[in-house]
Design a protein around this ligand. Structure first.
Ligand code: ADP
Length: 269
């Protein structure tokens, strides 16, 4: 099923769909999705997050909306809004107990993600970010094949940046004809709180090598920061950029530059 045509309907008008993927779990894909959504919201855009990581959903928790439940009618569901007005749809907003595992097979999971797109009242959105399940398995494959994705962001940790696992994700996107906006290196460095020096705790940055080998743009390098984990655990991820002005200014501009690239490369040319 190709759901391109359903991107606009009576209650939903989504201008751009951006999918966020990673070669494997634990590299910070969901965290980067949350930060990107916050950056775009801070820049004044209307933003939604579709939590496509059905078996490991973490978006509601980092925004502190995990105790809320999505409401709706028999035909459509309303997303839950975060403190700053980011609209979120996640399986954890629908199940009775967020700690119960979702024991579903791939096709059921992929269909649920599709319904999160077609049967949710997203309203008017400048950007819908899809947090894809990690890896290159059945579910990300189906989502990438059936959604009209305007751009893909690949998230990696420094250790994996030049490894096969990232290249597999990039190659999969290439095979499916999904345009890649670039790479985000998460947990890239540690900023010394005293002298502000960037310490590359995983060794020299592989960013130049990765950019050369993949021919992709490095969108951003995000530091490893214990305060970020604390805010995520407390459900207050939206405060991170507000509390880190210097990083926030750079990051918000990088993300806005990235989305402007979508319009230039894929929409108006
Ligand atoms: P994924 O979605 O790739 O599985 P998550 O976004 O859930 O990964 O992140 C995994 C863990 O790493 C979480 O506990 C998260 O808070 C932490 N984390 C992610 N990015 C950072 C960062 N830049 N600094 C510190 N901790 C981070």
């Amino acid at each position: 099923m190709n759901i391109e045509k359903e991107k606009t309907n009576d209650v939903t008008h989504i201008k751009n769909v951006i999918a966020i993927m990673s070669g494997k779990g634990g590299v910070g894909k969901s965290s980067v999705t949350s930060l990107m959504a916050t950056a775009l919201r801070n820049k004044g855009y209307s933003v939604g997050i579709l939590d496509g990581d059905i078996t490991g959903p973490s978006i509601p928790k980092v925004f502190g909306i995990n105790k809320q439940r999505a409401t709706g009618t028999e035909t459509a569901v309303n997303p839950v809004e975060t403190a700053t007005g980011i609209k979120v749809m996640s399986i954890n907003l629908m199940v009775d107990d967020e700690e119960s595992p979702v024991v579903w097979r791939g096709p059921v999971i992929a269909n649920t993600v599709k319904q999160f797109y077609t049967d949710v009242n997203w309203g008017m959105l400048d950007y819908l970010l899809i947090d894809l399940p990690p890896g290159t398995g059945d579910v990300p494959l189906t989502i990438m094949q059936s959604f009209d994705i305007d751009g893909l962001v690949v998230v990696s940790s420094p250790q994996d940046l030049v490894k096969l696992i990232v290249k597999k994700s990039i190659n999969m996107a290439g095979m499916l004809g999904v345009p890649i906006l670039g790479l985000v290196e998460n947990m890239s460095y540690l900023q010394c709180p005293d002298c502000n020096k960037k310490i590359h705790i995983f060794g020299e940055s592989k960013v130049p090598q990765a950019a050369a080998e993949t021919n992709l743009k490095i969108i951003s390098q995000i530091p490893i920061d214990p305060n970020f984990v604390t805010l995520c655990d407390e459900g207050r991820v939206e405060l991170y950029l507000k509390e880190n002005y210097t990083f926030a200014e750079e990051f918000e501009n990088q993300i806005e530059g990235m989305v402007k690239g979508i319009q230039k490369s894929f929409k108006f040319c």
